[in-house]
Design a protein around this ligand. Structure first.
Ligand code: ADP
Length: 344
């Protein structure tokens, strides 16, 4: 195969580390009807370090979470996602760096922060003998303006399990109850750890709908997930964590455009002058004749590039057949950035 490359390679660096200083706490929003109006990040970690003994789980991590957005935190197992999120929730004290959540210190200001954030832990954090409805109602009473518990229960398909103790609920029901408990107090910011792990497709859909509604109401959502489709569906912003650092952050669209190259394929007359074609293409593009008469262009494939390729073909009397654009998914980007499968 022959392959050529135009100009310099594109910049693939993430934008972590470029965030601004945290400001004052955001405007207080006690209910879903009064969303936080602040444009300051709702979570700001700078140079965060967390060690367990001599193992460094989080290694100088910078992360800014935008207000009113859904931010998905992705990373391979052991990357430091849970440790980061638990530090933001005030469950762990940083060994280095700073964390501010709604402008406050999650450990020192825990009492002030607790009513303003909702936390869904992966493994319950729930007294296993308590009944589902008791727990939810108890949680609702701790907040000034809770959601309607009955409506929430119905919404999440928990209607039939109010009198059942937590430990007797199915895994999916426990999951949905944990979600209900995280949002019942109408928090300004919710942390959801793998909210749809183990859910059937219908429960997954209703969880997604609920997350969308939270966002529509101005609630900021931080979500860890193993599901790329979930991140693609829900996230305004994706932070990819690997080896204790944020290695890339941006919208799914931006990451798919900038983090991995897209591909244009076509067939045509064998032996086209790819050097001439590349001169017409933007820097960073590559062109190769993979097998005789089968061509592949990689780089930023946008309508302009497609037009350039077809007009170059027209000028050279080439009829490009079977033109196909292959867009990279978040899964491809993830693999490229971390060298690991998300579910490995
Ligand atoms: P992730 O959520 O991305 O899978 P974690 O934050 O759970 O990553 O873990 C990051 C690293 O810290 C891993 O190497 C893990 O083994 C280690 N770790 C996590 N929790 C503890 C703990 N309580 N004690 C010791 N090591 C831990």
């Amino acid at each position: 195969m022959s392959a050529l490359r135009a100009g310099r390679p594109p910049d693939r660096s993430g934008r972590s580390g470029e965030q601004e200083e945290p400001g004052a706490p955001g405007a207080s929003a006690a209910s879903l009807d009064l969303p936080a109006m602040s444009s300051e990040p709702v979570v700001q970690a700078r140079g965060l370090v967390k060690r367990y003994g001599n193992r460094t789980a989080v290694d100088g991590l910078d992360l800014a979470v935008a207000a009113g957005a859904v931010t998905a935190v992705l990373g391979p197992n052991g990357a430091g996602k849970t440790t980061t999120v638990e530090t933001c929730e005030g469950y762990r004290r940083p060994d280095g760096g700073t964390v501010r959540v709604l402008g406050l210190d999650p450990v020192a200001d825990a009492a002030a922060l607790r009513p303003r954030i909702g936390v869904m832990l992966q493994s319950g954090g729930v007294y296993s003998g308590a009944r589902a409805d008791e727990m939810l109602r108890h949680m609702a009473k701790l907040h000034a303006h809770p959601l309607d518990v009955d409506a929430l229960v119905e919404r999440l398909g928990l209607g039939g399990c109010g009198r059942t103790s937590y430990r007797r609920l199915s895994g999916g029901q426990q999951q949905r109850l944990a979600l209900a408990m995280a949002v019942v107090g109408r928090p300004e910011l919710v942390f959801l750890d793998e909210p749809t792990a183990g859910l059937d497709p219908q429960a997954r859909r209703s969880t997604w709908d609920l997350i969308r509604e939270l966002r529509a109401d101005g609630v900021s959502v931080v979500l860890t997930t193993h599901f790329m489709d979930e991140a693609e569906e829900l996230a305004d912003d994706v932070a990819v964590i690997d080896a204790g650092r944020v290695i890339a952050q941006g919208s799914p669209e931006r990451l798919c455009r900038g983090g991995a190259e897209n591909t244009l394929r076509f067939t045509g007359r064998p032996g086209l002058d790819l050097g001439s074609l590349l001169k017409a293409l933007p820097d960073g593009s590559e062109a190769a004749e993979l097998t005789t008469g089968t061509y592949r262009i990689t780089g930023r494939i946008d309508p302009e590039l497609l037009a350039t390729v077809t007009s170059w073909c027209a000028q050279h009397g080439v009829m490009p057949d079977g033109i196909a654009v292959e867009r990279h998914t978040l899964e491809d980007v993830f693999l490229e950035l971390t060298g690991k499968e998300l579910r490995a």
